[in-house]
Design a protein around this ligand. Structure first.
Ligand code: PLP
Length: 377
């Protein structure tokens, strides 16, 4: 943290892949035999540490899976939602919409509760939807990375539990930083990934789930490679992955978990991201930029800014000039307005964020853009 990035060794202000430490990268310099006892120990230890974050204790397990985060979300939905089941899908961005598409593709009946991209869903409204007795599951995204909004999982989970239904959460960009204590927030499963708040390299994700529910889902998944019951039962028996494990990625993730715990776990990591986010928002506002979200809805994960109205502004040019200086930002993903996004997560601290803001100012001046003011203002 606090190093000067370059075009060759950039600071990734993108929510996965993101900036990792040198020690996490170095953990990949060894070849592991997948049946070696030390590798199996490493895998078991990684799983245990992932469950520890949940606060769920022995009732919960971690089932890791190869692939990007979407593979894990698809595996979770397919393994848990019964065939012939019906699921209420909360959506206020691209990841909620993607999960709806996944359910439709695999033939699980969905009911969508959509809110605007800058509006959190309401628990009362969820209760109204649940008057439909045929809905068994509710799905929601914790931090919708499209806009950076924090969705109220705690409040929705309370309604879902009260109505005797089951909850699945895409906590991809939140797990490890925004706490959900499994002893308080009841869920069947949560999907997350190595390369977001746990700050490791991409290549695998995992699901934290209730063991007794998972045990009832044998044969339910629509897919062999995305069957979490099979992955889990095989791993419990052999301490090994069913199919070729991403050995180097697992070794890096294990190292990232040691660093996570050394930092102080979720409270410390969440606090670092809060500071990053605050510095970023304040610094960008001082340059005239406007955030897409109200502060009350903003999760400290990624911030979405309106594009400047100045005619000299062009996203591709802005992006390229920042990248040349070692700062890689993220394009907007909203449907209606032109925005860009800057991540607060990864191995970086406030001095890095100050570097981002100073470099944005430099690049705007170079482009002849007066300030960050937007039409939205
Ligand atoms: C990153 C992310 C995913 C997974 O995206 P992939 O590109 O498949 O890794 C899913 N949901 C959310 C909320 C995310 O932030």
């Amino acid at each position: 943290m606090g190093r000067k990035p370059t075009a060759d060794e950039p600071l990734l202000l993108t929510p996965g892949p993101l900036t990792t430490t040198a020690s996490v990268k170095r953990a990949m310099l060894k070849d592991w035999g997948s049946w070696d006892e030390p590798f199996r120990d490493l895998n078991a230890d990684l799983r245990r540490r992932l469950v520890d974050i949940s606060g769920g204790g022995d009732d919960y397990t971690a089932v890791p899976l190869q692939g990007s985060g979407t593979f894990v979300v698809e595996a979770m939905l397919g393994t848990f939602i019964p065939r012939g089941g019906k699921v209420l899908m909360l959506a206020n961005g691209a990841y909620g919409e993607r999960a709806i598409k996944v359910c439709e593709r695999m033939g699980r009946e969905t009911v969508a509760y959509r809110t605007a991209e800058d509006e959190a869903p309401s628990a009362e409204k969820v209760a109204e939807f649940l008057q439909d007795e045929t809905i068994d599951y509710v799905f929601m995204v914790h931090c919708e990375t499209t806009s950076g909004i924090r969705n109220p999982v705690e409040a929705v989970a309370a309604v879902v539990a009260e109505k005797g239904r089951r909850l699945l959460v895409d906590a991809m960009s939140a797990y490890g930083a925004l706490q959900l204590d499994a002893k308080v927030v009841q869920y069947d499963a949560i999907a997350a990934s190595a390369n977001k708040c746990l700050e490791s390299v991409p290549g695998m994700g995992f699901v934290i789930c209730n063991k007794s529910v998972l045990a009832e889902r044998e044969g339910n998944a629509h897919s062999v490679s995305l069957d979490l019951f099979d992955q889990w039962s095989y791993m419990e028996k052999t301490r090994q992955w069913r199919f070729t494990p991403p050995t180097h990625v697992i070794a890096a993730f294990h190292q990232a978990m040691l660093e996570y715990e050394a930092e102080g776990g979720a409270p410390a990591r969440g606090a670092r991201y809060e500071v990053n986010c605050e510095r970023l928002v304040n610094g960008m506002r001082a340059l005239g930029f406007r955030t897409f979200l109200d502060d009350a809805n903003q999760a400290p994960i990624i911030v979405c800014f309106h594009a400047p109205e100045d005619p000299n502004y062009d996203f591709a040019d802005f992006y390229g000039r920042l990248a040349k200086r070692g700062y890689v930002i993220y394009p907007g993903k909203l449907t209606a307005v032109e925005t860009f996004r800057v991540g607060c997560i990864g191995s970086m601290g406030p001095s890095d964020v100050e570097g981002v803001v100073a470099t944005v100012a430099e690049v705007l001046a170079e482009m002849g853009v007066a300030d960050g003011r937007s039409h939205a203002a």
